[in-house]
Write a protein that binds this ligand. Structure first.
Ligand SMILES: Nc1ncnc2c1ncn2[C@@H]1O[C@H](COP(=O)(O)OP(=O)(O)OP(=O)(O)O)[C@@H](O)[C@H]1O
Length: 741
């Protein structure tokens, strides 16, 4: 952002207008109203970028207020310099100057060409135009016929006056000549205040185009490929006037109204622009042609300089105050300035190529990113599944552990039952054999002593069964019914069921089936009341029943646990399958880039083969070559389409990749078949056709005929020679015979 440059230029005082009241005092960049005695009047002191007193020349005014903008315009920045002030304050004098002291326009033109001469690495094209806004109508000062021109705006040119003549110029003299011719068409009029008062606003415009002289050989885009276009506006405004002072009437009055109105709009625009951005609101550029044309210079993309001219006379104090207030407000306006570059077609092409390249890189990068993302996701999934599997394995282990504990407790229960049965049986025999309860108790005690029981303090401790391969098995395990076994032979003291047998023998199995074939005897019921003491036998039986019930429950629990165990194993297997599937997919994904590059290489090979075939056939026959060429390019296109499809499917679908591979294989197969058929057709086209054979036969027959004719002609020649010899012989014979005669 850049502030508008605002300067004040005080016209020399007209001698007849000297006053004794107040005067404007200029000190450096400040102007203030003072009383005659030199006392400053408070509130009427203004500071600007530059303040020029009456002694200031146009040369100095140009140096201070316009030169910088002109130089910037040559470098590609838009620039506008305009003179603003009341009528007869010296605007036209500042802009156009006099013979002895040329004005800003003259100096700017001269400076532009001088500056261009110094820039050796760029070539310039300068166009000039000159227009006036008279009674709110735009007229072309270079072409009188161009009147009432319209203002247009587009993206390419910005705001412009349609139909305005633009002259291409090469030097200062040419421009000054054109300006002089334009001045002739300008509207001036005499008023009470100015004998040659401008009745219109004039805008002299220079369009400066430049381009770097060096061509860029590297092929890369650079700013040197662009064309810079800048517009320099040098504006001489008509002065605001008070009708009472100017004494305008008729045409002058009308002109004065238009002038004042457009200057008022300019003042409004400046006021709005000088407000802070929040309060600014709508800027009424379109309310006058002047503000519309100067729009870029006012808060837009241009370096702007406003030269406010003032008449120092006391009679014009109010107008001067108004001008200075206008200048103060304009001082607050900021413009956004930048070099105007237009790209040529070549530069545009280069820039677009670079952009495409960048986009392509980004796209490839994104593809790789997508692939990486997929792989990462799959790896995460895999990890998650493995963690889950480990968790399940741990749970399974716990289950197994509890299962083993249950098994153990069941086994203990079984042991207890067996032990009890044993004791009961023993007690029955003991009763029969005359031993009483004491013997049973003793036997139990003995068992307890022998046992390595885990149930401490329990009367019925689990007996410790040691592995005894000689033990007698009488019944397969069945806990639901009463043991059905043969009476024990005297030689065996222990009876166990099959399961207990297996456990105590650590899995060693004798031929149980053969043992089962031991002839069973009828079950002998044990006399309970008479043979055995009622109390002890009854208790034992109750205990046995109780234990059996417990055993039943434990068995059910065990079955339940076994089922759960089986389910867990099944689940585990499924999980293992899932994991192995995921691992396979991950492996495939990891192999994918390699496969893709292989596919590309294969396709390139095929394309190379096709090309070599084409080259081998290219010298044979033109038509054949053309056919092959078309087939080859078709195949090539198919191959690349396949590749494209492959890539797009690979990238869009992500998974399954295996499907895409098979698709490529199929497409490749089709292409191979197509290639084979093309080659076959080409080979066939080389083999002699029936037509060719006929032609060859005809050729042979012709050749035979020619040979026959040549033989015949040789025979005729021989006959002719013989005939000639005969005739000669006859002639000589006659000749000699005549001589003889
Ligand atoms: N700085 C100056 N030095 C000498 N003469 C000046 C200066 N400024 C203005 N004048 C003279 O004052 C008179 C009026 O000046 P000029 O025509 O430039 O005023 P203006 O502001 O353009 O008026 P208008 O708005 O009516 O066109 C002219 O005769 C001009 O020569």
């Amino acid at each position: 952002m850049e502030n508008i440059c605002v300067g004040v230029r005080v016209r020399p005082t007209v001698p007849s207008e000297l006053s004794n009241g107040a005067y404007w005092k200029v000190e450096e960049n400040r102007i203030s109203l003072h009383k005659v005695h030199g006392t400053p009047i408070s509130g009427l002191s203004y500071a600007f970028d530059h303040v020029c007193d009456g002694s200031c020349t146009n040369a100095r005014a140009y140096e201070l207020l316009t030169k910088e903008i002109v130089h910037a315009a040559v470098e590609g920045f838009n620039g506008t310099a305009f003179a603003y002030g009341q009528t007869s304050s010296g605007k036209t004098f500042t802009m156009s100057g006099s013979e002895t002291d040329p004005g800003i326009i003259h100096r700017a033109v001269k400076d532009v060409f001088a500056k261009i001469q110094l820039i050796s690495d760029r070539e310039f094209l300068i166009r000039v135009s000159y227009m006036e806004i008279y009674n709110e109508e735009i007229n072309d000062l270079f072409a009188v016929e161009n009147q009432k021109l319209q203002i247009h705006e587009n993206l390419e040119r910005g705001i412009f006056v349609a139909g305005l003549r633009e002259e291409i110029v090469n030097n200062t003299e040419q421009v000054l000549k054109l300006i002089r011719s334009g001045e002739v068409n300008r509207h001036f009029g005499e008023t009470n205040m100015n004998v040659r008062s401008s009745r219109s606003h004039t805008i002299f415009r220079m369009v400066i185009e430049s381009k770097a002289k060096d061509t860029n050989l590297s092929g890369d885009y650079s700013s040197s490929d662009a064309i810079r276009v800048s517009v320099l506006n040098l504006v001489d405004l008509a002065g605001s006037e008070r009708i009472a002072k100017t004494g305008a009437s008729g045409v002058r009055l009308k002109e004065g109204k238009h002038i004042n109105k457009s200057l008022m709009v300019l003042g409004n625009v400046i006021n709005k622009l000088s407000d802070c951005a929040k309060q600014r609101g709508h800027i009424p550029y379109r309310n006058s042609k002047l503000t519309r044309i100067l729009q870029p210079a006012l808060g837009g993309n241009a370096k702007t300089s406003i030269i406010c001219t003032i008449a120092p006379e006391e009679v014009h104090i109010e107008e001067t105050k108004g001008t200075l207030q206008f200048a103060s407000r304009a001082k607050r306006i900021t413009n956004c300035v930048q070099v105007n570059e237009i790209l040529t077609d070549a530069a545009l092409l280069k820039r677009q190529k670079l952009e495409i390249e960048e986009l392509r890189k980004k796209l490839q990068g994104s593809h790789a990113e997508v692939l990486e993302q997929v792989i990462l996701t799959l790896r995460n999934d895999l990890l998650k599944h493995e963690l889950e599997r480990e968790k399940l394995q741990m749970e399974l282990e716990d289950e197994r552990k509890s299962h083993r504990e249950h098994d153990k407790s069941i086994w203990e229960q079984q042991m207890k039952i067996v032990d009890l049965c044993d004791i009961v049986t023993s007690s029955g025999f003991d009763t029969k054999s005359g031993q009483g309860q004491d013997s049973v108790t003793q036997s139990l005690k003995q068992e307890c002593n022998d046992s390595n029981s885990m149930c401490h303090g329990d009367t019925f401790r689990t007996p410790c069964f040691k592995a005894s391969p000689k033990a007698f098995v009488v019944k397969r395990s069945s806990y639901l019914t009463l043991p059905d076994y043969s009476p024990l032979p005297d030689t065996f003291s222990k009876v166990v069921d099959e399961d207990t047998w297996l456990r105590i023998n650590k899995g060693h199995i004798v031929d149980l089936d053969s043992l089962q074939m031991t002839p069973a005897r009828k079950v002998q019921s044990f006399p309970s009341s008479d043979a055995t003491p009622a109390c002890s036998s009854g208790n034992y039986r109750q205990e046995v029943q109780h234990l059996k019930r417990q055993l039943l429950i434990a068995t059910e629990e065990r079955n339940e646990l076994e089922r759960e165990h089986a389910e867990q194993i099944l689940l585990n297997h499924r999980l293992m399958d899932d994991i192995s599937g995921l691992q396979k997919e991950a492996k495939l994904i990891l192999e994918m880039p390699k496969r893709l590059s292989e596919s590309v290489a294969n396709c390139k090979d095929i394309y190379g083969d096709v090309l070599s075939i084409m080259q081998s056939f290219v010298f044979d026959e033109k038509s054949t070559s053309a056919k092959l060429l078309s087939s080859t390019s078709e195949i090539g296109m198919c191959l690349f389409r396949t590749l494209e499809t492959h890539f797009s499917m690979g990238m869009d679908d992500h998974i399954p990749f295996t499907g895409n591979n098979s698709l490529i294989q199929e497409q490749r197969k089709v292409l191979y078949e197509k290639l084979n058929s093309t080659i076959t057709s080409l080979v066939l086209s080389q083999t002699p056709t029936a037509e060719n054979e006929q032609l060859e036969a005809k050729q042979c027959s012709c050749e035979n005929k020619v040979a026959a004719w040549s033989q015949l002609s040789r025979f005729h020649a021989l006959i002719m020679i013989l005939f000639s010899i005969m005739l000669l012989g006859l002639f000589y014979l006659n000749f000699f015979s005549i001589l003889i005669l």
